[in-house]
Design a binder for this molecule. Structure first.
Ligand SMILES: [Zn+2]
Length: 396
């Protein structure tokens, strides 16, 4: 996990991504750490904004990096593979250069989008054949090809191809699907190691591959999958297949089943979660990394997350409200503009609304993560969690 510097002639740093534990909560599974990548160190637990098409909709890279302090974001392999294409991005120096983003990038494997966006798909043990949602053209994703695409991007963290079953499925289907995900993870890891050892012209030779724990909503399958994946000894592990329509207590139960099996000294990434009040719940169960489209997508739809709860900006009561959106927030939107102005922009369909709303919602998520991290380090996380829970109950 540490930097390994080879002596000449192999004068390059082969270290991938390493994780340093800084503090652990004495009562819960929460941890604070540092995730070191070729594009900087990230404080964990961390929330990663989603930049599907190499852009977080509505924000410039300056907003994200310099003003909001984002140090890692997520981009989607499925979308970038289809348009503009991974080879084009590689020829332009990789994704960091292409989008002018100096900080870390995590890309997913593309599997989730194939299953959620592509109407026609065929899955077998070799991979998945699907039709593009853009033009209907047929493509194939294999464990190897999605590693190649992500290596072409130069992502800091790559995800192994997995099958994310819908909810609910039978135990038998979930078991077969989990075994497919397992063998895909092995193939992806083998291919990744080989490519990294051979290639001289990768945009980012210091990348790491994370496999994904699946198993639907069956604790025994989750545990088995996690145990088998740890044999791959990767730099980190993801928990996928959550927030696919199941009741929230079940998502938490799956994380609880998985987490003790995963090595303590590697980061755990819960994919596609969650609501603001759920972030501390996942962290309390040992999760270090999360991503979700909620803060950005909801912002564009006029749903804003504040320290006092949710604000649906189109409500008439904000028509002449001179107060900032969130009096406790120090973001550009809250320090400059009133709720009345934001509502006016929203009602008029102005693009500035999406800009201001996204900026605030991302700030809110990052503030929550900073509060959580601070609480873990100062050993007050259990009290913090209690406050979040009682605020969530009162809001219902
Ligand atoms: Zn704000």
């Amino acid at each position: 996990m540490r930097l390994i510097v080879l002596t000449p002639p192999y004068n390059l740093i082969l270290a991938t991504v390493s994780f340093e534990l800084i503090a652990e909560c004495s009562q819960t599974r929460a941890r604070a750490g540092l995730l070191h990548t070729a594009h900087g160190t990230i404080e964990t637990p961390v929330f990663m904004p989603v930049g599907t098409l190499a852009t977080v909709k509505g924000l410039t890279q300056r907003d994200l990096g310099d003003e909001l302090g984002v140090r890692i974001l997520l981009a989607n392999t499925y979308h970038l593979y289809l348009r503009p294409g991974h080879e084009l991005i590689r020829s332009l120096g990789g994704l960091h250069k292409f989008m002018s983003w100096p900080h870390a990038i995590l890309t997913d494997s593309g599997g989730f989008q194939v299953f959620s966006l592509s109407a026609l798909r065929t899955i077998d043990d070799h991979g998945v054949i699907f039709q593009s949602h853009l033009d209907g053209a047929t493509h194939t994703f294999t464990p190897e090809s999605t590693v190649d695409a992500q290596l072409a991007f130069g992502s800091d963290i790559l995800m192994a191809l997995d099958e994310c079953p819908e909810y609910p499925v039978s135990h038998e289907y979930a078991r077969q699907s989990m075994h497919r995900t397992l063998s895909w993870a092995r193939q992806a890891k083998e291919h990744f190691d080989r490519r990294l050892a051979q290639s001289q012209d990768l945009p980012n030779p210091r990348s790491a591959l994370f496999p994904i724990v699946q198993g639907s909503m069956f604790a025994d399958l989750r545990r088995e999958c996690a145990a088998r994946l740890t044999e791959l000894d990767t730099a980190g592990y993801a928990i996928g297949g959550l927030a696919v329509g199941e009741p929230r207590p079940l998502s938490m139960e799956m994380v609880e089943a998985t987490e003790p099996v995963l090595p303590r000294d590697r980061p755990r990434y819960a994919m596609g979660v969650g609501m603001p009040h759920e972030l501390s719940e996942y962290v309390g169960r040992g999760v270090d990394m999360m991503d979700c489209v909620l803060p950005t997508r909801n912002a564009r739809n006029g749903c804003l997350f504040t320290s006092q709860g949710r604000v649906v900006i189109k409500n008439t009561r904000y028509r002449d409200d001179p107060r900032p959106l969130d009096e406790n927030c120090r973001c550009y939107t809250c320090t400059r503009h009133s709720r009345a102005y934001l509502r006016h922009l929203f009602q008029s369909g102005e693009m500035l609304f999406a800009v201001l709303a996204t900026r605030h919602n991302i700030q809110r998520y990052l503030d929550i993560m900073r509060e959580i991290r601070h609480a873990i380090i100062s050993d007050s996380f259990p009290e913090y969690l209690k406050c979040v829970r009682s605020a969530a109950t009162n809001a219902e």
